[in-house]
Ligand binder design. Structure first.
Ligand SMILES: [Zn+2]
Length: 231
């Protein structure tokens, strides 16, 4: 069942480890088959070097296990909430990568300070509000998803494919597992650059014209980056 999606989701899980975004078993990636309404997600607490496609857990959008011997990632309900709210996305990646997590712990959005950021994120990477005590003591993982969705009111999730959860860490997403893991890796690089930039010059900033030029070079109908044909 969903063999190619399991392989792509496993690969996204391994990519975030290879790129240094994950310590031990922190972090998880999932992918969705929109046609079948099924989600493939990493199992909870399994070492990455032992992970195989058959370990991936298949659930429906309510979290019921459809296939798999292992328990799904403990963050499953956040992933499911994002799939329900953001219909264009096909994969979600969660890490505790150090630099993005530092911004999340500071409760600060990552400002768009240069063209590397603008190539991937059209505007700041937002940070959610803090969860209330009731939300933390209640259905915490689902409420994390709700806080993200609330923060994205008026924001196109494909134009800004990541968020910081205040006091916690980032989530990134994309149209497929490859794109979601790529966005998580770029988010960490952008977070590190922004941290250093703000340390060097707290008053820094660049024009919206420059940021827009870079974003729309890669995205939308007038994108010109890359090749029209594969070579
Ligand atoms: Zn986490």
């Amino acid at each position: 069942m969903l063999e190619s999606l399991k392989e792509a989701t496993l690969e996204a899980n391994l990519e975030i480890v290879r790129r240094g975004l994950v310590l031990y078993t922190f972090g998880n990636a999932s992918g969705i088959s929109r046609d079948e309404g099924l989600v493939v997600i990493k199992p909870s607490g399994v070492d990455y070097d032992r992970l195989k496609p058959e370990h991936m857990v298949v659930t429906d959008l309510e979290g019921a296990i459809v296939e798999g011997e292992l328990r799904p990632s403990s963050d499953l309900k956040t992933h499911l909430a994002l799939y329900k709210a953001f219909e264009e996305i096909g994969a979600v990646v969660h890490t505790h990568s150090e630099n993005a997590t530092a911004w999340a712990q500071a409760g600060r959005e990552i400002p768009a300070l240069g063209t590397t950021h603008a190539d991937y994120f059209h505007g700041p990477v937002p940070c959610t509000r803090e969860l209330t005590d009731d939300e933390i003591e209640g259905d915490y993982v689902l409420n994390t998803g709700t806080a993200i969705i609330d923060r994205f009111a008026g924001i196109d999730p494909l134009a800004v494919p990541a968020v910081l959860v205040a006091g916690h860490a980032p989530f990134a997403w994309g149209r497929d597992p490859h794109e979601a893991s790529h966005n998580a890796v770029v988010l960490e690089a952008v977070a590190k650059m922004a941290f250093m930039t703000v340390m060097l010059n707290a008053q820094c900033g660049v024009s919206k014209t420059l940021l827009d030029r870079h974003y729309f070079r890669k995205h939308g109908a007038r994108a010109t980056y890359g090749q029209e044909k594969l070579i």
